[in-house]
Design a protein around this ligand. Structure first.
Ligand code: ADP
Ligand code: NI
Length: 218
C-alpha cells in the first residue's frame, strides 16, 4: 500500500473514533492539528507517515477521553498492521501518541520525543491557545461542569497529573494560568513559537477584558 493510501485510511479510522467527541477533541480539532503538523513537518523535514499518522491518532486512546486507553492502543496497533505499516513505524507512532500530552509533561521525568513527535506536540498545543484555544477551554469546562471563574480560588503552581485532572476546585479562567499561558515557552520548533506568541497576546487581552468586566461595578 502506498503512503498516500495509508494516510487516507488512518484519517478514516481517526474520523470514526473522534467524530462523536463533545469535549473539544472532535475531528475538527484533529484536522487542524494535522494541517499544522503538515506545515511544521515540511519545515523540520520529518517523516510524513509518522508525523501525520501520529497527528491523526494522537487523541484516539487519550485517558481523559476513553475508559480503557490500553484497549484502544491495541486496536490502533492492529489497525496499523492491517494497513501494512512496519513494526518500527507502528512503535514510533504509538510512542508519540502515548507521550505528547501536557499531563505527561507534569511528571518527574517528562518523556523525550523525536522531532516528528515534537512537531505533533507543537501542533496540538497551538490548537489549545489563541481564539480557538479559548473556545475549546470554555467548551471543555462546560462539558465537565467546571466553574467559570472565582477570584477566591487561586491558580495552582504545582500539580501532578491526577490533581490536574481533578476539576473540583478548578475554574476555566485558572486553566489559562495553569496551562495555556505556559505553552508558548514550551514550544519545540521556531515556527510554532512565533505563532504561539501572537496567540498568547490575544489570550492576555481576553483575560484583561474578562476580569475588568467581572470586577466592573457598572
Ligand atoms: P493534553 O491532551 O495535552 O494533556 P489537555 O487534556 O490538558 O491536553 O487539554 C486538551 C484540551 O482541553 C485543551 O484545549 C485544554 O485547554 C482543554 N482543557 C483541559 N483541562 C481543562 C480545564 N481544566 N479547563 C478547561 N479546559 C481544559
Ligand atoms: Ni489533541
Amino acid at each position: 500500500m502506498d503512503i498516500k493510501e495509508q494516510i487516507k485510511k488512518i484519517r478514516d479510522f481517526s474520523y470514526k473514533k473522534m467524530i462523536t467527541d463533545r469535549t473539544g477533541h472532535n475531528f475538527d480539532h484533529i484536522e487542524r492539528v494535522v494541517k499544522m503538523a503538515t506545515r511544521l513537518s515540511k519545515e523540520e523535514k520529518t517523516d510524513e507517515l509518522i508525523t501525520l499518522g501520529a497527528a491523526y491518532l494522537h487523541d484516539v486512546a487519550d485517558d481523559k477521553l476513553v475508559n480503557d486507553p490500553n484497549k484502544l492502543e491495541s486496536e490502533i496497533k492492529q489497525f496499523l498492521k492491517s494497513i501494512e505499516l512496519e513494526d518500527n513505524q507502528i512503535d514510533e507512532i504509538i510512542y508519540i501518541t502515548h507521550n505528547l500530552s501536557f499531563s505527561k509533561s507534569l511528571s518527574q521525568n517528562p518523556p523525550k520525543l523525536s522531532l516528528a513527535g515534537q512537531v505533533v506536540q507543537d501542533a496540538d498545543r497551538l490548537d489549545a491557545i489563541g481564539a480557538i484555544g479559548i473556545t475549546r477551554a470554555i467548551y471543555y469546562g462546560g462539558a465537565n461542569a467546571e466553574t467559570i471563574y472565582d477570584p477566591a480560588i487561586k491558580p495552582r503552581e504545582q500539580m501532578n497529573k491526577s490533581e490536574y485532572r481533578n476539576l473540583d476546585n478548578e475554574t476555566i479562567i485558572n486553566h489559562f494560568y495553569e496551562k495555556l499561558l505556559k505553552l508558548t515557552s514550551m514550544m519545540n520548533t521556531p515556527t510554532a513559537k512565533e505563532i504561539a506568541l501572537h496567540r498568547q497576546q490575544f489570550m492576555y487581552e481576553f483575560l484583561n477584558e474578562f476580569k475588568s468586566e467581572w470586577l466592573s461595578e457598572i
